[in-house]
Design a binder for this molecule. Structure first.
Ligand code: HEM
Length: 488
């Protein structure tokens, strides 16, 4: 006993649990933010809990966010944790199935297709997809009705993202076979696959078949495009086809195909969950939906001309809607890393041993009253000037003014000691933030032009969160009442 006490004296406190292996899996799994909040009150910003038999140490608050997300490559490692889930879904040799230096180069290639010039083309594409979706979809026929909104936002997300990022030819296939295949790929992302990724279970077989079929479809398209270079548009596939690693090797076709899958999957869950939350929150606050409509009329004129990329900057409340929704409903609530050598947590006496998994949960600081007055209130106006609920720290407001560093995929903030990091930080930071903002703002702007939403019972209630998959999202069904602004 003495020896155990001695050995563990520098380890963080362990959350009390009755059963080994199971540990805190159930209480954490049911509601991770609440689990973090309650245990932070008991144990402080750094504590350990048992998750599926693994000792998991979470570091909370801005300092904890920085410690985990900005961890040095010799100290922490993402691919060892995630590869069992992502490699069967994306395919070999990309993202977490390769050394980190290669991922950094791949992120650089992907980012080249996500420039202002590209976004100018994407906005009209996304606008058209949204308006045509609401015209043709049976659930939106007539003047008003009720609908569970998350499945609709999932469809709008995949149609807009596939059309903008992968081109018209691939988009057309999403009406038929491709959507079903991506659904099968999705099954590979259930948390149960952390344990059973290898098992010959029916959904794993479907996942593997879907991965092969989708990758072949992209590879056939790449071959066709290489044979007919004149049909090339400057889209994501084009940029990847023309990218070369630092060692002189051109990116092979199978890696391009696998990166295309990874991009669509990374964007799909996060954006579709976020747009669903936005629609549900607007239904709970019809007054804010009206503010958005007025903002468009004031900034763009009463005729509401077709949206352009440049218009988005004139709509700060539309931007604030997204920021505020991600503050309270970031789809990625827990980020994990393997520990490569015993890690001292700065400012504490704790040393985290290599058999622990390190975890970051930036959502905890994003709902801390120290940084965000009335933290539980969804108040998009807090991000605009002169709000009484404005974030209390300059850092929470403006990442742009910080010192920058390049991990190999472009400049990002050097420090990550911010309470607000829905897109992560450091070498694994999101490269899709700008695309997600363009996509979400355009979707919101088009929906606001077409509809008024409210809760079915007219209340301000907001539905709870489903934490059962790796990405959190609204519990379903999540039914809202919609009404067309103009006669159909
Ligand atoms: C990484 C959030 C949309 C592509 C990340 C990370 C977060 C995040 C938190 C860091 C993960 C980690 O540290 O382990 C979000 C949110 C989104 C969004 C909240 C939308 C609201 C997108 C989109 C794309 C994308 C649209 C693609 C077009 C990526 C990629 C990475 C990443 C490639 C890098 C993974 C790595 O380096 O390990 N995202 N994301 N994301 N995201 Fe996003």
């Amino acid at each position: 006993l003495n020896q155990t006490l001695f050995k563990n004296s520098n380890e963080p406190p362990v959350v009390f649990h009755w059963f080994p292996v199971i540990g805190s899996t159930v209480t954490y799994g049911m509601d991770p933010p609440r689990f973090f909040k309650e245990n932070r009150e008991k144990y402080g910003d750094v504590f350990t809990f048992v998750l599926l038999g693994r000792k998991t140490t979470v570091c909370l608050g801005p300092a904890g966010n920085d410690f985990v997300l900005n961890g040095k490559i010799r100290d922490v490692n993402a691919e060892e944790i995630y590869t069992v889930l992502t490699t069967p879904v994306f395919g070999r040799d990309v993202v977490y199935d390769c050394p980190n230096a290669k991922l950094m180069e791949q992120k650089k290639f992907m980012k080249i297709a996500l420039t202002t010039e590209a976004f100018r083309q994407y906005v009209p594409i996304i606008s058209d997809e949204v308006t045509s979706y609401f015209k043709r979809t049976a659930d939106f026929k007539g003047q008003s009705g009720e609908v569970s909104i998350p499945p609709k936002m999932a469809e709008i997300t995949i149609f807009t993202a596939s059309h903008a990022l992968q081109g018209k030819a691939i988009r057309e296939q999403f009406d038929e076979s491709l959507a079903a295949l991506y659904h099968d790929l999705d099954m590979g992302f259930s948390p149960i696959n952390f344990t059973f990724h290898w098992a010959p279970l029916p959904w794993n077989n479907r996942r593997d078949h879907a991965q092969r079929t989708v990758a072949k479809l992209y590879m056939d398209t790449i071959k066709r495009r290489r044979a007919n270079p004149e049909i090339d548009a400057q889209d994501m596939m084009f940029h990847l086809m023309n990218s070369t690693y630092k060692n002189g090797v051109q990116v092979p076709d199978h890696e391009i195909a696998h990166m295309m899958i990874a991009l669509l999957m990374a964007g799909q869950h996060s954006s579709s969950s976020t747009s669903s939350w936005i629609m549900l929150l607007l239904a709970s606050r019809p007054d804010i939906m009206e503010d958005l409509y007025q903002e468009q009329i004031n900034a763009l004129g009463p005729d509401l001309p077709p949206l352009q990329y440049e218009d988005l900057a004139k709509l700060p409340l539309h931007g604030a809607i997204i920021k505020e929704t991600l503050r309270l409903h970031a789809p990625i609530h827990s980020i994990m890393r393997a520990v490569k050598q015993p890690l001292h947590v700065p400012g504490t006496k704790f040393v985290i041993p290599t058999n622990h998994v390190l975890m970051s949960a930036p959502g905890v600081s994003a709902s801390d009253p120290v940084f965000f007055p009335k933290p539980d209130l969804w108040d998009p106006h807090r991000w605009l000037p002169d709000s009484p609920n404005a974030p209390t720290l300059a850092r929470a407001q403006d990442e742009e003014e910080e010192e920058k560093i390049d991990y190999g995929y472009g400049l990002v903030s050097k420090g990550a000691a911010s309470p607000y990091l829905p897109f992560g930080a450091g070498r694994h930071r999101c490269i899709g933030e700008q695309f997600a903002n363009v996509q979400l703002q355009t979707i919101v702007a088009e929906v606001v032009r077409l509809f008024k939403f409210r809760n079915v019972d007219g209340s301000n209630k907001v539905i709870g969160t489903d934490y059962a998959s790796l990405f959190s999202r609204p519990l379903e069904p999540a039914v809202i009442h919609w009404e067309r602004r103009e006669k159909a």
